[in-house]
Write a protein that binds this ligand. Structure first.
Ligand code: SAM
Length: 248
């Protein structure tokens, strides 16, 4: 998979080359390109923003600069074969659709993701409107709060996607059993020592009885979801023992 990020703060994206993401890059599973939006400016101040039409506070990112950046970074379909390598353009914005684990799975199946990081009051809407005519574009939010820029949102999305790529996590089951994979939150986890500060690990986890352990984990997961994110239960697949537990 190839990830390209356009930003006015390229150094903000350094974590894309650290830890698991960095290992995925070293092993050739992911290729990363970080691009400074100011490279597409033509004035001495290398400015990327201007005052908003209609008035109001803050500045808006200029379509002219973004347009040139996307023209350079998005491959045109091959004139003879018609092969189309255009990426999925992801534009983080608090006004976007909420980014979820199922989006992460969908993005993980793409060959190329291109992220456009907004700053100030965001990017002139015409950039998204124009790009949408020739390529897939998604405006996504990572939560109901407002960040200063899109860079942190890109790190969040990239990390959620890259860990799903084959060969990135040591053990495939790690993400198959994560929160949201079955529509529920994951329950608690424990490791050695068996007793820590007078707190013992639940007996069932040391029983060696895998059926009982699975049932206990499922119950914990259901209880936690009911308590913290009850709205998720409406969409989860629940069987008779699940419903009995929730009715307790
Ligand atoms: N005026 C915009 C609004 O109210 O929708 C907020 C712009 S915000 C200060 C600047 C940039 O930060 C956005 O263009 C986007 O790239 C990023 N950003 C802020 N909050 C975000 C969120 N919750 N999810 C994704 N991106 C976000």
């Amino acid at each position: 998979m190839r990830l390209d990020v356009v930003t006015v703060f390229p150094e903000y994206l350094a974590p894309l080359r650290l830890a698991l993401l960095g290992r995925a890059v070293d092993r050739g599973i992911v290729e990363v390109g970080i691009h400074d939006l100011r490279d597409w400016t033509h004035d001495v101040h290398r400015s990327v923003d201007d005052t908003p039409f209609g008035g109001g506070p803050g500045m808006v990112m200029r379509p002219t600069v973004w347009g040139e950046a996307l023209d350079d970074l998005v491959p045109v379909p091959h004139p003879d074969t018609g092969d189309d390598d255009r990426p999925l353009l992801i534009v983080p914005t608090p006004a976007g659709r909420p980014f979820t684990q199922s989006d992460a799975h969908r993005y993980a199946r793409r060959r190329h993701l291109l992220f456009a990081c907004g700053r100030y009051e965001g990017i002139d809407q015409r950039v998204v409107d124009e790009a949408s005519e020739t390529m897939d574009v998604e405006e996504v939010s990572i939560g109901d709060y407002v960040l200063i820029g899109g860079e942190v949102a890109v790190l969040v999305i990239a990390e959620a996607v890259v860990r799903l790529l084959p060969g990135v996590l040591g053990n495939r089951r790690s993400h198959e059993e994560d929160s949201f994979s079955d529509g529920l939150l994951e329950g608690p986890s424990y490791t050695r020592p068996e007793v820590w500060r007078d707190r013992a690990v639940p007996e069932v986890l040391k029983s060696g009885n895998h059926a009982r352990i699975d049932r206990w984990r499922r119950d914990q997961s259901l209880r936690r979801t009911a308590e913290r994110r009850p709205e998720l239960l409406a969409r989860a697949e629940l069987d008779t023992p699940d419903l009995a537990l929730l009715a307790e």
